[in-house]
Design a protein around this ligand. Structure first.
Ligand code: APR
Length: 167
């Protein structure tokens, strides 16, 4: 059974086998959590990502975590949906980010994984709906991952994730 925890903090400081980054299709890095992870992992992360790009929305790929190691061994890159009002399949694409993120974690043998609040920043996905999708998708996905940590950068996101976990 996968244990799900909600924490507030900087995902680059997590002590897990794999961290998930909210990437864009180029996998070259960007702002937000992607920028933080690329800064911490170093320039080799973008090189490794470029070799696997493009990563389509809802998809996920894994690379080494480079300078985030040896604590964190893998970065799982996933691309969230850009919010366009909610009737362009955004909810299913976001669910796919969590589902495929867990599947890739299984492929690389990661037993503990930290997820950010994918798509709720630059991509504009409403954080309350995203929180419910994240928790529901992780709960319904069969995986070998034993520990999932949902890492919120701000208190409001943490509270929404904690509320979703209580449902
Ligand atoms: N640790 C954890 N969460 C973080 C961190 C961090 N260090 N920095 C930002 N976040 C949070 C944001 O506050 C937000 O809640 O990650 C969540 C996702 O926001 P974004 O990083 O903007 O990701 P997203 O909305 O999916 O947009 C992706 O932004 O950075 C670019 O390259 C990225 O083009 C892609 C787009």
């Amino acid at each position: 059974m996968t244990r799900i925890e909600v924490v507030r903090g900087d995902i680059t400081e997590e002590d897990v086998d794999a961290v998930v980054t909210a990437a864009n299709e180029s996998l070259l890095g960007g702002g937000g959590v992607d920028g933080a992870i690329h800064r911490a992992a170093g320039p080799r992360l973008a090189e490794a990502g470029a070799a696997l790009a493009p990563c389509l929305p809802g998809e996920a790929v894994a690379t080494s975590a480079f300078d985030l190691g040896p604590r964190i061994r893998h970065v799982i890159h996933t691309v969230g949906p850009v919010w366009e009002g909610g009737d362009h399949g955004e909810a299913e694409l976001l669910a796919s980010c969590y589902r495929r993120g867990l599947a890739v974690a299984d492929e690389i043998g990661a037993r503990s994984v930290a997820f950010p609040a994918i798509a709720t920043g630059v991509y504009g996905f409403p954080p309350d709906r995203a929180a419910r999708i994240a928790v529901a998708t992780i709960r319904e996905t069969a995986t070998e991952v034993e520990q999932v940590r949902l890492v919120a950068f701000d208190a409001a996101t943490r509270d929404l994730l904690a509320a979703a976990l209580r449902d």
